[in-house]
Each structure stands twice: as structure tokens, then as C-alpha cells.
Design a protein around this ligand. Sequence first.
Ligand code: ARG
Length: 294
Amino acid sequence: STSLPVSTTLEEVFPSEPRVRQAKPHTYLMCRPEFFTVTYKINPWMDPALPTDTALAVAQWQTLYDTYIALGHTVELIDQIEGLPDMVYTANGGFVIDNVAYGASFTHAERQAEGPAFMRWFEGAGFAVAEPQNINEGEGDFMLVGDTILAGTGFRSASNSHEEVAALYGREVVTLNLVNPNFYHLDTAIAVLNESADEAPDAATIAYLPSAFDAASRAELQRRYPDAILVSETDAAVLGLNSISDGYNVVIASRATGFEAQLRERGYNPIGVDLSELLLGGGGVKCCTLELRR
Ligand code: ARG
């Protein structure tokens, strides 16, 4: 089996951040893309005229699964339903904190049947399920950073879902306005690198693409995370930000080489995975991964 390092001393590589990055085991929900294809277009990445290779999608997905297992994480699985090709993007199936799963209510008709399918899975897995009252696409637009929830709107999740989430979890929710249709979910424009609340204020807690946000949201991100990693358009354009961090290891798109170097410089351990086939549906590493916080 692959052996991967679990921590490093930051003093050696980034003297202004004398901390140790610590990997924490996580539990994720994934969906093997047995029925993956692109038959409709609900984001600019999708083109039903282009051929897809389901076997290749499954093989690439398997590499991501194996990477999580090698890192010591737990992966639970939901079966894909035929006719719901986007189910592989489990991040959109809900938002789970403290054993409570806030269900998804999809924007587009093509994905609406996924909402109840994920809610049934959460129930069966022992989560308390909160039936959503407003349009929202789960962890695609809700990201937990410390005790704060960053919430995206503009293309998919409605801003009234942000209020619903704030009331449900009793946490601060920060609304961020997405303005570029290529980055239609918050998790295509922001990467959460360190979820824990005890981060020093200068830490590289998140990474983001500034141009994906309106001026007010950019100012808010700058104020809250002055030492965030700012990612290039080139890296964002291969969905480099659509990544999963355990606090030390960061699983990213292998083509996001600039982001990879930035992560290394800040004491993280980037691990590249090629999900080119799943990119045809407009999703990457993070989209294929839903965090289950029990
Ligand atoms: N085809 C899917 C859609 O447009 C891709 C979802 C990507 N998921 C994500 N968390 N960004 O809905």
C-alpha cells in the first residue's frame, strides 16, 4: 500500500507560520459513477455533443477513492441511480454538520430527483435529516471554516437557504456572491484548507479565485482571511480549487500545478489526481466528495 507523510514542520518551509500542519481523518460520501454521461447542459463545462467514457470516469473516480483510503479516511458509498448522471457529484447532495443533514433542493429539473435520494441515504445512515425549504445544492455552496459557514449564491443556491442554514445550525453564515458562470458553485471558487477554528489569523486557511466574486464578497474574504492563498485563473480553470484537505494533505486536480506549488510553499502536501472525464460534467475532486460530520 502507498505510504504518505502525515505532517510536517512549517518552520522549515515558511518561517512566518511556525506551526505544524496536522492531518485529521475524515469520513466522506462518494458515488461510483456507473451511469456517468453528459446528456444535458446545466453549466458551461457540459456539452452533450462531446463523447464521454463511463469506464474511464469509473477508473479515475477509483483513483480518488483509493487516495482517500491510503490517507486513512473513511469512505461511505451511495449507489448511483440510472438516469441521474450527476449523482457522482455527492457534494451537492446535502450539507452535514453535527450529525444533522440539511437536504438539497436542486435548481435544475434534471437533478431534482437526487434530493430525496440523498435524504433517504442520510436517514438510513443514521443522520437527522432537515428537509430543505429553499433551493440549495448542499456542500457545493456551503463550506465550514472553523465555526463559520461560507455560503455561495448567484447561480444555484438561493440566498434564503443561507438564512435557513444559519437558523438550523446556529452558526454564523457569510453570504458570498458568485459572478462567473464557470465557477457556479462556491466549491469551484474556494478551497477550505484548514477547517479547525484554532488557526492563527495569518494562516493559509482558505484558497480562492478573487475574480469569481463581486467586489463586496472579495472585500469580505480579504478582511476575514488576509493570508489566504490567491489562486490563478489558469489553476481555477482546471477546477484546481475544487479540492479536499484534511489539514495537511490536499487532494487537487493534477493539472493545477501553480496551486500545487503554492500549497507546498505554505506547508501543505498537495496530491494530484486526474479526473478529466468528470470535468466534462463540470465537477472535480471536491464535487465528488461530501463530508459526513458525525
Ligand atoms: N453537472 C453538475 C451540475 O452542474 C456538476 C456539479 C459539480 N458539483 C460541485 N460541487 N461543484 O450540477
